[in-house]
Design a protein around this ligand. Sequence first.
Ligand code: S3P
Length: 432
Amino acid sequence: MNTLISNKVNSLNGEIEVPGDKSISHRAVLLSMLSEGQTILENYLSSEDINRTIEVSRYLGADIYLKNEIMEVHGIGLEGLVKPKRILDFGNAGTSIRLFMGILAAQNFESALTGDKSLKKRPMERVAEPLRAMGAIIETNEGKLPITIKAINKLNNLSYKLDIPSAQIKSSILLASLFTDGKTVIKTNFKTRDHTEIMLKDFSAGIEIKNNTISIDGGNLTSPEYIYIPGDLSSASFLILATLISKESKIKIKNVGLNPTRMGFIEIMKLMNADIEVNVENKFNSKEKIGSILVRSSNLKAIDVPKNLITSAIDELPLVFLAAACAEGTTLIKNAKELRFKESDRIKAMVTNLSSLSIEVKEYDDGARIKGGPIKGATLESFDDHRVAMTCLLASCRSESPVIVRNCFNINTSFPTFKETMNSIGMDINEY
Ligand code: S3P
């Protein structure tokens, strides 16, 4: 899947499910590994990023079996991890490495962590710093990979004010705190995704959440035995935008995660006049909200994207850039500097690609101003970023000539069946 070509299509239609949620799949493997007992994970995401989490968990001693889309994890408990015999390579997986840092920081053995070209550019100090405050010994390469985490006896508790809107930092501290004897407290003014907190409760951890404060006790986890992982709303968002910007289109996405901390993209689209209906359903005994989404073609209108929706739409902001290019008027996206620290600098990547598609864009340090207008097909770079690649391939829903995107291999990190899924509702995406 190197270079993909996306041809103009007419209407998009269908009822469809998307693969399991990436954030929840990582957490389900990790907490199952750290718990006592066996856990069955149904509808986990089978992708490169999750493969890294599975591989590293196995190097640390967990037995994990994959059969017929079911994962069976044999927990080894908090005391059961073994020293890995090799350097732990996390590939492109930012969530995986940051969550594992919290676990590895607490071990009485040393570990060495690395990743691919994109992961090596991303900031790791933001996770190392609070873990060091708990007593961890972490050496970074000027704040980046490779990292060495030294052996220690025991981590201390922490009272921490989180100033970056990052679920990965929060989750890393939460996982580290399991290995302590007392209570750890995290205060944050940002409502980042709360899958770790929800799942820790499911594993009977002593966790309490009051307003902006999370308190967690160290101690063992007990497996809930079974977890159903909902479809990934971030993957569903590609289907949602493609439908909104295509003519006479209507799709229904079923069994998808509807966690309120992830709903920013849908809320932004609704503010832009999108016709989207969300139905929460009680299913699969899931602790996460789950349900269906009905989407119809819409005439999108420009908005100033509200600051309070940025964090809950963080992974979907490249799609908001494209939505803005398809909307009537000029859209303003600000307060989104975190986009510069993702798998690529997503502000630069989207500004560059929208300009190549003949859209008028002005770049800001923390966002962009985008004037909706006719899109002309072009050959674009993915910037080695899965979400940039997938977003740009949707531009063909609005252009007469094809959109070609180079270096699409990273789509495998989060949505390996992207091409087939999009084509099943009527798109025409092929190898070039
Ligand atoms: C994630 C948190 C977010 C998000 C990433 C997944 C997670 O990153 O962008 O794709 O699963 O915790 P940050 O914590 O850096 O905001």
